[in-house]
Design a protein around this ligand. Sequence first.
Ligand code: NDP
Length: 248
Amino acid sequence: MQDPRTYLPAADALHERVILITGASDGIGRAVAIAAAAHGARVILHGRNVKRLEAVYDTIVGAGNARPSILPLDLEKAGPTEYEALFNVIEKEFGRLDGLLHNAGMLGERAPIEHYDVPKWLRVMHVNVNAPFLLTQRCLPLLRQASDASVIFTSSGVVSRPRAYWGAYLASKWASDGMMHMLADELESQKIRVNSINPGKVRTNMRLQAYPAEDRNTLLPPEAIVMPYLFALGPASTGISGQTFDCQ
Ligand code: NDP
């Protein structure tokens, strides 16, 4: 397998692929959405903050790429009705889904388990684990309509190096990676591949929240780590499933 970090996609590598990116309003999701659109994808921008989603929309259209769709949804509050509505909108507009990137995430607090705030734990697990489960389950019929579908979960360094005080975030990333392996196995005989991506240290608001004293100049900007995402979303990774790709 080629190293996804050195992948150089053709300009039309994602031509006409319909790709839903959660947490596309900011940080890594925003950068991947812009890069995917620049390589021909029809992106569906998900997030909470509509103003920020509209700014991403403007950037994509301003660069002369296909008009994205905007899908505002708070993953903390979304239930079956909202997921059903989301399914109906995508089915009506596109009839299929070629890519589903579970990127939205919540850090929660850095605290020992003994003192971790219980409501906050449940919120982090809901956004980082339950939401990708619910969204994947509802989107599977749409993914089955695509000829080369790709589902991507977002991993983290806390999976390979579990350590103290990461609380629900660590537990959620282990659960997310477990879900990736399980789903890859369940869909083995189908045309849907399932992988995880570990972005590494990236200059985003979440990273700032986790390491407030860190020198931000030592970190890569989100735009510098998008290639493994394009690799996982496009034809270069066809047939590759159950893997975790590192961006750094
Ligand atoms: P950011 O904080 O920059 O962006 C997070 C995104 O998730 C935003 O678009 C935000 O939307 C969305 N989001 C958060 N909560 C919700 C919610 N309840 N409902 C809907 N959308 C929500 O984070 P990053 O770009 O840094 O992180 C992206 C992913 O990468 C995460 O899964 C994170 O765990 C992972 N990661 C990041 C690393 C890093 O160094 N940055 C390292 C390892 C993993 P809105 O703006 O609308 O609130």
